[in-house]
Design a protein around this ligand. Structure first.
Ligand SMILES: C[S@@+](CC[C@H](N)C(=O)[O-])C[C@H]1O[C@@H](n2cnc3c(N)ncnc32)[C@H](O)[C@@H]1O
Length: 467
């Protein structure tokens, strides 16, 4: 974020110098002047640290003692700018009753061991014992246990230790968290995962009951946590005095950019009014529409992905497509402009479209000598997780990772091939094509000549190329 927003200032805090060091090295190497990572105790944060538009407390609240939890909320209030927002993540009930039960078993079993590695080994031994001792015929308890044990067996040692074996892990119900935040002058603004605030994911009868139980937002969300057996929350808070506009309408979209990679289930998209067309994302989120403008808009967003468009541009482009395809379609029936915005809001609620506040700095049409973001190049060079210009962690194959290091704006496609051939023969990545090994330099060069344009374009489609 500091790299992307040079005019903003960032401050990070941690008590562990070991956690801070890699970050400090990255900051030094990239020459960033707008970020400092401070070695300090959260307890020592005072007004003098400053007031921030955004405060993020991730992965700490549930794992620290009571007075530190209070301090975190106090910082979220005292160090928050008047219109700022604070994010706090924490473990919640009821989901953690089940997980907590297994944690208690592990704590009991490992209590005689002092060394961290011994504790982890013994905790895993207990989990394996429990998993292997489940009765063949599964009752409710065994089914619940089986799912949890499987998750723990697949988790990394660091996760297992911090989540299950750490002395402190104090989940709370959502309503308790909100009450405590209120005591610090903070109110609930939203959940970071917006769709989880809505009842739309439940069957209609369930949704109606939840809405009927209470028109209080906190209570409604609490009941939804009961229904979902929720384990974890990422809650966004703001100052109590702010009056919030909770009704979303077409005007909510005016200052936002819209993006979606939902793919039409049938091609070509049938824009005819009344004909339903489904669009589905890779994560399984989907929507259906029979409204020509919305169908055209979703198809346009898919083609533009990962670029985001303003509502205005999107509407005009969609109108043009509809006008070309369906000349008789009336373009100005009352309320139609609102219909598109409302459809997009529904899509947002269902994780089919995303909203952005600013255009990211990347291109999808690459130049003759393409250049990736220096941050991504640095991360590839140092074996760090790769983050794209949309702030997503990107999984990337070994050849593309090598390419990231080479796409520095000084090499054209031939230069990139030369670089990759050299790296390939020196063993930087496995020399293969479609899973079959390549015999040597010549065959590697031939394979790269065929594939380089696609490789570079794929990197651009991942929002990693800045020109
Ligand atoms: C699970 S990690 C989360 C780190 C980071 N926020 C993230 O999301 O990756 C918890 C961190 O909290 C730090 N921590 C624990 N107690 C602290 C305190 N009193 N003051 C500052 N940092 C603390 C630990 O050193 C550890 O690095």
């Amino acid at each position: 974020m500091a790299f992307r927003f040079p005019e903003s200032t960032f401050v990070g805090i941690d008590l562990s110098i070991r956690e801070l060091e890699p970050g400090r090295k990255t900051i030094r190497d990239l020459g960033l002047k707008n970020i400092t990572l401070r070695h300090m105790n959260v307890m020592d944060v005072h007004d003098s640290l400053g007031r921030f538009d955004y405060i993020i407390a991730h992965g700490i609240y549930s794992w620290v003692p009571d007075r530190l939890q209070d301090k975190i909320l106090s910082i979220c209030s005292k160090n928050l700018a008047p219109n700022g927002i604070a994010y706090v993540s924490y473990n919640t009930y009821p989901g953690w009753h089940m997980r907590g039960m297994i944690r208690h078993m592990m704590l009991y079993h490992t209590s005689h061991f002092q060394d961290v590695n011994d504790k982890i080994r013994e905790a895993r031994a207990l989990i394996d014992f429990l998993a292997n001792s489940l009765p063949g015929e599964r009752d409710h308890f065994a089914l619940l246990l089986e799912k949890e044990l499987d998750l723990i067996q697949r988790s990394e040692d660091s996760y297992l230790f911090h989540e299950h074996l750490e002395e402190q892990n104090a989940p709370v119900y959502f309503h308790q968290f909100v009450e405590r935040a209120q005591k610090h002058g903070l109110q609930y603004l939203a959940e970071a995962e917006f769709s989880s605030m809505l009842t739309s994911g439940f069957p209609r009868k369930v949704a109606e009951t939840v809405e009927g139980i209470s028109n209080d937002l906190i209570a409604a969300e609490q009941y939804m946590d009961f229904l979902r057996n929720r384990l974890f929350r990422q809650t966004i808070l703001c100052h109590n005095e702010l009056s919030l506009e909770r009704t979303l309408g077409s005007s909510s979209l005016e200052h936002l950019l819209i993006a979606s990679r939902a793919t039409p289930e049938r091609l070509p998209v049938d824009l005819t009014p009344g004909v339903k067309q489904a669009f589905r994302t890779v994560t399984g989120a989907w929507t259906k529409s029979d409204f020509p403008i919305t169908k055209a808009a979703l198809a346009i967003l898919r083609d533009a992905w990962p670029k985001a468009l303003t509502l205005d541009t999107l509407r005009k482009d969609a109108e043009e497509v509809v006008r070309d395809t369906l000349p008789a379609f009336p373009m100005d029936p009352p309320g139609y402009k609102e219909s598109l915005a409302e459809d997009l809001l529904h899509c947002f609620a269902g994780n089919v479209v995303e909203f952005r506040t600013c255009q990211q700095n990347f291109v999808t049409v690459v130049s003759e000598k393409p250049m990736v973001s220096p941050l991504a190049a640095y991360q590839a060079e140092h074996g760090l997780p790769i983050v794209n210009q949309r702030h997503e962690s990107i999984e990337i194959d070994p050849v593309s990772k090598e390419l990231l290091k080479a796409m520095n704006g000084a090499r054209d496609l031939n230069g990139l091939i030369d670089y990759l051939v050299q790296q390939g023969i020196s063993g930087a990545f496995p020399m293969e094509k479609n899973g079959k090994p390549l015999s040597g330099e010549k065959s590697l060069r031939r394979a790269l000549e065929e594939g380089i344009a696609d490789l570079v374009q794929n990197i651009a489609n991942l929002a990693l190329v800045i020109r």
